[in-house]
Design a protein around this ligand. Structure first.
Ligand code: SAH
Length: 258
């Protein structure tokens, strides 16, 4: 018996094994021995992960899917975590080991999954998977684009992002209303920024929360000195700043607040 797709869990099961294999093959398998698949559903992607020379764990919130996986993947049964990824403490469970994250993600919470992965970036060397295309593009875009935003800057500060390929709705059951896109994010060698990282998150969020304003305006409440506020980057709107410029600006703000 197949799992009955549940809308509230964002369940769109992938029917195309070639695509599942391509997603699994995107992992480099370098720098980690373990992978965690988010939302395995009936295991279309899991079957290919199990063929690789890494240990695969899966985290699934839906008990019907968990029962299905236990019945169909005997090899996996010890490695099934029945839980909500958004409430899961990856560093405790994996004892601070490096773990690659992969999945055909539930689209209703895809941005939250990315934010959560960024929180655990010290433990996640690679992050690969399928998103709704619009979210995938947003994560991968560079400055100047209309969809460049918080997700793009924060992800690209720590990861090299590559957009791999698009996937049409027809290969899912039930088909989603939107196209999908597959991304791979590889953590940068120097992913620890030489600035206050929580201030960086704050500056990026404050900037994009008022997208049309100059940074001088949207960062007003930080009470920066006149001197710093004369700095040219403050004349710009957030989508005009590269990731490196956001980091540079945060460094200046940090000095100013010190
Ligand atoms: N990977 C499967 C299923 C994709 S649908 C396939 O490609 O066919 C998304 C999956 O994520 C579903 O199985 C859903 O139950 C699961 N899911 C939804 N929210 C979740 C959460 N918060 N934590 C873990 N899994 C979740």
């Amino acid at each position: 018996m197949n799992v009955k797709p549940k809308k509230y869990l964002g369940q769109h099961f992938l029917n195309d094994k070639n695509i599942a294999q391509k997603i699994a093959d995107a992992l480099s398998l370098k720098g980690y021995k373990t992978a965690l698949e988010i939302g395995p559903g009936m295991g279309v992607l899991t079957q290919f992960l199990l063929q690789k020379k890494i240990e695969t764990f899966v985290i699934e919130i839906d008990s019907e899917s968990v029962d299905y996986l236990k019945a169909h993947f005997l090899k996996l049964s010890q490695n099934i975590i029945e839980a909500d990824f958004l409430k899961f403490d990856l560093s405790v469970f994996f004892k601070q080991q490096q773990v690659a994250i992969i999945g055909n993600f539930p689209y209703n919470i895809s941005s939250q999954i990315v934010f959560k992965a960024l929180e655990y970036r010290h433990y996640i060397p690679e992050f690969c998977g399928m998103f709704q295309k619009e979210v995938a593009l947003r994560i991968a875009q560079k400055e100047g684009s209309k969809v460049y935003g918080i997700l793009s800057v924060l992800t690209q500060a720590f990861y090299e992002v590559s957009y791999l390929f698009s996937v049409p709705p027809t290969v899912f059951n039930p088909p989603p209303k939107v196209d999908s896109g597959v991304l791979i994010m590889k953590r940068k060698e120097n992913f620890v920024l030489q600035i206050d990282e929580s201030l960086f998150f704050k500056v990026v969020k404050m900037g994009f929360n008022q997208r049309r304003k100059t940074l001088r305006n949207s960062l007003k409440s930080l009470n920066l000195s006149e001197n710093l506020r004369a700095y040219p980057l403050f004349d710009k709107r957030p989508e005009q700043l590269s990731v490196a410029q956001f980091i540079e600006l945060t460094g200046k703000i940090q000095q100013d607040l010190a």
